[in-house]
Design a protein around this ligand. Structure first.
Ligand code: COA
Length: 185
């Protein structure tokens, strides 16, 4: 098995939306997530949309050429977030919304079941955040006990509030992580 990792910005050399859909579907079809294929297709569309922004960062892992891991995201400034999902996020976070300003939003993290629990998810997340260049990062996940939740807890992510509904139909849990101290003024 030949494993390789790559990273980039925007669409250059990035995995295709179809690859992201297949990977996400495989990673989430079993328990405890049991997500329908339509969810993977929706997230693949979001991937295309975010890559088109030009400021996205992604990291990917391949095994014998096949995509087995991905993490991606982009810098977050409320003034640039004009879509409906972001508006709902802001409304639901209320006073906590300012904690996301000028941070890095992690949109997706997924590892294929055949290579899970070998440290790849943690490494991909760390690699992505290392390229982020931001002081803080945030993400939204299901507010229930999942492998992802355990990974974020182990990594020191803390609760910011709740956002739009997650695929389980309940408000998603928004977590934040301090990456480095503010530069002295
Ligand atoms: C979450 C996910 C990316 C983790 O990938 P992974 O490569 O298996 O994770 P790692 O091997 O790097 O695990 C890192 C840590 O996370 C925690 N963890 C990961 N999977 C776990 C599990 N099944 N049960 C308990 N803890 C788990 C552990 O603390 C683990 O460290 P340890 O192995 O030293 O105990 C993977 O399970 C996945 O793709 N899930 C479906 C998609 C998803 O939920 N993405 C996140 C959406 S917000």
């Amino acid at each position: 098995m030949q494993m390789s990792r790559s990273a980039g910005r925007a669409a250059d050399g990035a995995p295709t939306p179809d690859e992201v859909e297949d990977l996400y579907a495989a990673a989430t079809q079993g328990p405890p997530l049991c997500e329908p294929r339509t969810q993977a297709a929706a997230y693949a569309s979001v991937f295309s949309y975010v890559l088109a922004r030009g400021d996205a960062a992604w990291v990917a892992a391949r095994s014998d050429g096949a995509l087995v891991g991905i993490a991606y995201g982009h810098p977050w400034e409320w003034a640039h977030q004009t879509d409906e999902w972001s508006a709902e996020l802001k409304e639901r976070l209320g006073a906590a919304a300012h904690r996301l300003e000028d941070s890095f939003a992690v949109y997706l993290l997924a590892v294929h079941p055949t290579v899970q629990r070998a440290g790849l998810g943690r490494v991909l997340l760390e690699d992505l955040l290392a390229t982020a260049g931001a002081r803080r990062a945030w993400l939204q996940t299901r507010d229930e006990e999942t492998p992802a939740r355990a990974l974020y807890r182990a990594g020191g992510w803390t609760e910011v509030g709740h956002g739009p509904d997650a695929p389980n139909g309940r408000p998603g849990l928004v977590l934040g992580l301090r990456l480095r101290e503010a530069a002295p003024r």
